[in-house]
Design a protein around this ligand. Structure first.
Ligand SMILES: Nc1ncnc2c1ncn2[C@@H]1O[C@H](COP(=O)(O)OP(=O)(O)O)[C@@H](O)[C@H]1O
Ligand SMILES: [Mg+2]
Length: 397
């Protein structure tokens, strides 16, 4: 029985309870408690009236056996509130232990303090505090679970989004593949026709035949390597790898060269420091570059006031970081949307043209997966023209 364990406290319980207000005053005005409350923006009066007083009532309820240990709804609410304010277990202990100290101080003031009374007060406190800790760790555990579930859902959403973006890019790429195939197909067709003609005329010599076969083989292997390039491009990298930023940009540009030319866009690559490596996901990085180029292209096509369409690409190395900028002269991004463009599904393009995923995905790739920075600003480019400038910065390795 609890009451057998705390005989001294039982004797003075009513007297002490009558001084509840004094205990409260000590409790809420202790420096440690004030510090924790201020640090976490908890109003002192809310703490006192909504929680502290009820917790003391509960404490005395346990002592005079009208309440069960562990059955304290206000404690649950109190813990919930602390959790919302991100209070640590240490701080929780600081707050609670001062309730006990305050009772002891009041016992002193009343002249009823004794070693036995301290022991009894602490005994009930310890019992209660164990319960509190248990509840606290349960809520933390629940919270962690909830966070874990939300994280997983976000990861799933991202995966779907990446997939959508990849499909959209693939669509764009098809025209490039078609273009890259057109020439070898035309050549193969000419070779076949020639061979056929020579054969019908009885003029097909083995030398010509062998050369034709070789040429066709070469052209076919060229076509097949185009497919491999595109396939690699769309294969997400599983592991981080060292890769050369410049090569990656060049390879990506090769894939979309045709699209840019078709849109009359002049690509200017400023002298760059070749051979700088970074650690990350080369295919994802290439997708980011592609996103930035296709946005610049869209913006340039959209703005029909621009006479000469430009995209400037620069790279530099400074302070152990590689910086790449992609800058167009399409007029820039309106200031009021500059802080929204990296949000998922944010697009200013009409339905069917924009998904709003490109920049979100690029941002995730550079900042989350590769620990770099990606930002957008509007900068003057040629002859007082303004355009969006995207800057990627990555740690050199
Ligand atoms: N180079 C640019 N110039 C002007 N606006 C841009 C540029 N790049 C991106 N934006 C703006 O950012 C928005 C989001 O881009 P993005 O995430 O790639 O989605 P989407 O291209 O599908 O619209 C675009 O709709 C556009 O308003
Ligand atoms: Mg885009």
């Amino acid at each position: 029985m609890l009451k057998d364990k705390i005989p001294t406290l039982i004797l003075v319980c009513e007297e002490l309870y009558a001084q509840e207000e004094a205990i409260l005053e000590y409790w809420v005005h202790t420096n440690t408690v004030i510090n924790v409350l201020t640090k976490h923006n908890i109003d002192m009066n809310v703490f006192k009236n909504d929680y502290a007083v009820k917790i003391l009532d509960y404490y005395f309820g346990v002592v005079n056996q009208t309440k069960e240990i562990g059955d304290c709804p206000v404690m649950a609410a109190f813990l919930e509130m602390l959790k919302e304010h991100d209070i640590s277990a240490d701080e929780l202990f600081d707050i609670c232990t001062h309730a006990r100290k305050s009772m002891i101080s009041v016992a002193f003031d009343m002249g009823i303090a004794s070693k036995e009374l301290f022991r009894d007060i602490s005994y009930v406190f310890d019992l209660n505090f164990k319960g509190v800790l248990q509840q606290y760790s349960n809520t933390i555990y629940k919270l962690e679970k909830q966070i874990e579930v939300e994280l997983q859902e976000n990861r799933k959403k991202d995966a779907v989004m990446f997939q959508q973006a990849r499909l959209a890019q693939m669509g764009e790429m098809i025209s490039n593949i078609a273009h890259q195939w057109r020439q070898p197909i035309a050549m193969i067709s000419a070779i076949v026709q020639n061979t056929h003609m020579k054969y019908t005329l009885g003029k097909l010599e083995s030398e010509f035949f062998n050369k034709s076969t070789d040429d066709v083989k070469k052209l076919l292997s060229q076509m097949s390597s185009t497919i491999s390039d595109f396939q690699n491009f769309f294969q997400p990298n599983k592991e981080k790898a060292k890769f050369c930023v410049e090569n990656s940009i060049t390879e990506t540009l090769d894939l979309i060269d045709f699209d840019l030319k078709k849109a009359n866009i002049q690509l200017v690559r400023f002298p760059y420091v070749a051979g700088e490596n970074v650690l990350g996901y080369p295919n994802e990085f290439a997708q980011t570059i592609l996103n930035l180029f296709s946005n610049a292209k869209d913006a340039l096509i959209e703005n029909n006031e621009v006479q000469n369409r430009y995209i400037h690409v620069r790279s530099s190395v400074d302070n152990g970081r590689v910086t790449i900028t992609i800058h167009d002269n399409a007029g820039g991004i309106p200031e009021n949307i500059l802080d929204k463009i990296f949000n998922p599904y944010f697009t200013t393009k009409e339905e069917g043209k924009g998904t709003g995923i490109g920049l979100y995905m690029s941002h995730q790739i550079i900042e989350k997966n590769m620990d770099g920075r990606l930002c957008a600003t509007n900068e003057t480019i040629l002859e007082n023209q303004v355009g969006a400038m995207f800057t990627i910065s990555l740690k050199k390795c």
